[in-house]
Every structure is written in C-alpha cells, then in structure tokens.
Design a protein around this ligand. Structure first.
Ligand SMILES: Nc1ncnc2c1ncn2[C@@H]1O[C@H](COP(=O)(O)OP(=O)(O)O)[C@@H](O)[C@H]1O
Ligand SMILES: [Mg+2]
Length: 361
C-alpha cells in the first residue's frame, strides 16, 4: 500500500521572497491527489520540498514516521527511495536509450544483477505501454512516450508515493487523457499515493480523488474532489473556467486597481475569455477494465463518507450523487458514525453532477 504523507504548516521562502506559508494537507495513502495553482505559485517548489531537494524553513512533511524537512541526510537518502518522481520534461538522459534510462535508478541504488534489472525494466516498460521501445533514444520518440518513459523510471524502485509535475505540458488533449489513464492504471496496480501538479482542468476534474489549490502564497483549499469542483470561491471558479475575470491576473495576482479597471471593462461587455462555463462534478475516470479495482478508491469512499457531514452541502450532494449501487452497499457496511447514513440523499431534486453550460453564468 502507498504511504500517507502528512504536511503540516510548511512554509518556504527564498531569501526574503516567501513562496507559500503554512501549507497543511494530508495525502491519503494510495489515493490520487492533484495540486492546482497559477504559474509561479510554487507548485514545483512544493514537490521539491516533499522530497527534501529544497528545505522549507518551517513545518513538517512526515512520511512513514520520518520528517523530510528536518531528518538527517542518511534518513533522507532512505526516505527518498519511497518516492518516484516524474519531472515536467521526463528528465531523461538524452544519450541513453530508454532501457538504460529506466535501469539507471536500479544500477545506482541497488545491487541487483543485470538479469534481474532486465526483468524489472522490461516489466515497467510494458506497464507504461513502451514494450519494444527500449532501444530508442529520448530524442527519437514523442513527448508522450518520453513522459511514459519517465514514469517507467519512476516506478523501478517500487515507490510508495509518486509525484508528477505537470504531466500535460507539451501534450495534446488526447495524449493527456492517455497519460491520465495510465496514472489511474498504475495506481490500481501498485496502490501508490499520487500527487499530480497540473494546470489541466480536464485532468483535474476527472482524474484525482482529492484536489487542492495554491494561490496568494497559501493553500486555498484541499479535500475530496467534490469540494473544489463545487466551490464558489472566486479564484477556484476563475481557474476552472480559464477566465480573465477574477483575482488571478496576467502574472499572478491582480492589485485592486487592476481588478476594478478590468471589472469595468467586463461589465461594459468585453469578453473574459475561457471557453465555456464549467460546473459540476463529472464522473471520475476508472482503471482500464481487466485491471484490479483501485484499493485507494475503496478506502477513499470510506474516508469521505466519514467526513461527509463536515463538507459544504453542495459537495455532500455531489458525493452522494456519485455513488454507484455497489458503492452504496460498500459504504453502508463500513459506516459507523452517526452522520449521514450512506446512500441516503438529502431531500429535494437530484442535483445534476455533470453539466457544462455554455456562456457566462
Ligand atoms: N531554487 C530557487 N531559488 C530561488 N527562487 C526559486 C527557486 N525555485 C523556484 N523559485 C521561485 O519560486 C517561485 C515558484 O516557482 P515554481 O515552484 O516553479 O512555480 P510553479 O511550479 O507553481 O509554476 C518562482 O517565483 C520561482 O522563481
Ligand atoms: Mg512548476
């Protein structure tokens, strides 16, 4: 099973430039979480802090009882083996073929024989849809294949936690969906905890169990997907809809004068961009048929049913509406608290869980 990651009060600055402060969140074991946020809000810095490549000045990041922020170099060396990281560009060595790229961590960090290494590398290449591509150089393959090779390499040490930085960068929407499917398939097979940093709204709406958002140096929100996707928080709405109208500006956040000037412009009829009004909670993607069910998805169901009563009403409704008949039976047999009975719907019409309306609200 994947490891839980507990982040508490994490604060990071470079010199006197604070990047984010007091970030607190828990990545539940084996669940897939996504972190959104405008460019430059420190999402990559957050990932690097989680693996101890950068040192936050305050707070903790606990994995299997070890605090990555304050532990010794030796403990960090061990703790890092729990992580598989897929960097933005795949970070492959250009002069090595895919086989050697994927074998690299095994040759560096283990004493496995070349026969054993070969078995593992071919297995991971197969898992990521790269069977037969082992002799290719990174420069000879597509961007999507490079990302999959990066993922294969991230998998060779059997990580409990997989961190992914902007998997959609440079990929078309179809390839982005394929790599998303791959994340869920890998998750189903190895039950690792995932954190995916992304700008991609489609991915954010359909892939993760949990979503968080960084803005103005803080974690605006983190919780079950239904929480963020039904949120009326202006920055969340603006981000999900890709509009100019809202607190996010051309290069990070707007000052009040810019905000007022733009508001006047939009009120006078100037379009604020974005394609369509994106609302509601679409169905979550599932692992490819034939693969095991996601154990993390099962645990999530129990977890979310336990905390259901703490969620805003719209999020509660979205959670309940998303339950399949099987989910209801499962949740029903696992729920012991006195909160909402699993599967019991609040009175009133069934809310639509998936609607994409055109035009502005
Ligand atoms: N090693 C570093 N030294 C100084 N500043 C850095 C360093 N790494 C990142 N930053 C700064 O931190 C901020 C957040 O960067 P980053 O995490 O890359 O944003 P994001 O991934 O959300 O687009 C940026 O202003 C960037 O310039
Ligand atoms: Mg980044």
């Amino acid at each position: 099973m994947g490891a839980e990651v507990v982040v508490e009060g994490l604060t990071k600055s470079f010199g006197n430039q604070n990047i984010w402060r007091d970030v607190t969140l828990t990545l539940p074991a084996g669940e897939v979480s996504a972190l959104l946020g405008p460019s430059g809000t420190g999402k990559s810095v957050f990932l690097k802090s989680m693996i101890g490549l950068l040192k936050p000045e305050r707070g903790r990041c606990i994995v299997n009882g070890v605090d990555i922020v304050t532990c010794s170099e030796r403990q960090l060396y061990e703790a890092r083996k729990l992580f598989g990281v897929l960097f933005q560009d795949g970070a492959l060595f250009g002069s090595m073929n895919l086989f050697d790229n994927v074998a690299f961590p095994l040759r560096e960090h283990t004493r496995k024989s070349e026969t054993e290494i070969r078995r593992i590398v071919l297995e991971k290449l197969d898992m990521t849809g790269l069977t037969g591509a082992d002799r290719k150089l990174p420069g000879e393959i597509s961007g999507g294949m490079r990302k999959r090779a990066g993922l294969a390499r991230a998998l060779v040490l059997d990580p409990q936690i997989i961190l992914v930085d902007e998997p959609d960068s440079g990929l078309d929407p179809v390839r982005t969906t394929y790599i998303s499917q791959l994340f869920l398939d890998v998750n189903a097979q190895i039950d690792a905890t995932f954190l995916i940093v992304t700008h991609n709204i489609n991915l954010a709406r359909t892939v993760p169990d949990n979503i968080g958002m960084l803005f103005r140096k803080e974690l605006v929100m983190f919780g079950p997907r239904e929480l963020l996707l039904t949120s009326e928080e202006p920055v969340v709405r603006q981000f999900l809809n890709g509009r100019m109208d809202g607190p996010i500006g051309m290069s990070e956040e707007k000052d009040s004068a810019t905000l007022a000037a733009e508001k006047a412009l939009f009120e006078a009829g100037h379009g604020s961009g974005g394609v369509e009004e994106v609302t509601g909670v679409p169905p979550q993607m599932r692992p490819t048929p034939g693969l095991p069910d996601r154990a993390g998805g099962r645990r999530r169901l129990d977890r979310v049913m336990q905390l259901l009563h703490t969620l805003p009403e719209t999020a509660q409704e979205a959670v309940l509406a998303s339950l399949s008949g099987e989910d209801r039976r499962h949740a029903g047999t696992h729920q012991h608290d006195e909160g909402t009975v699993a599967g019991q719907r609040p009175r009133g019409p069934r809310p639509s869980t998936h609607s994409v309306r055109h035009g502005r609200r």
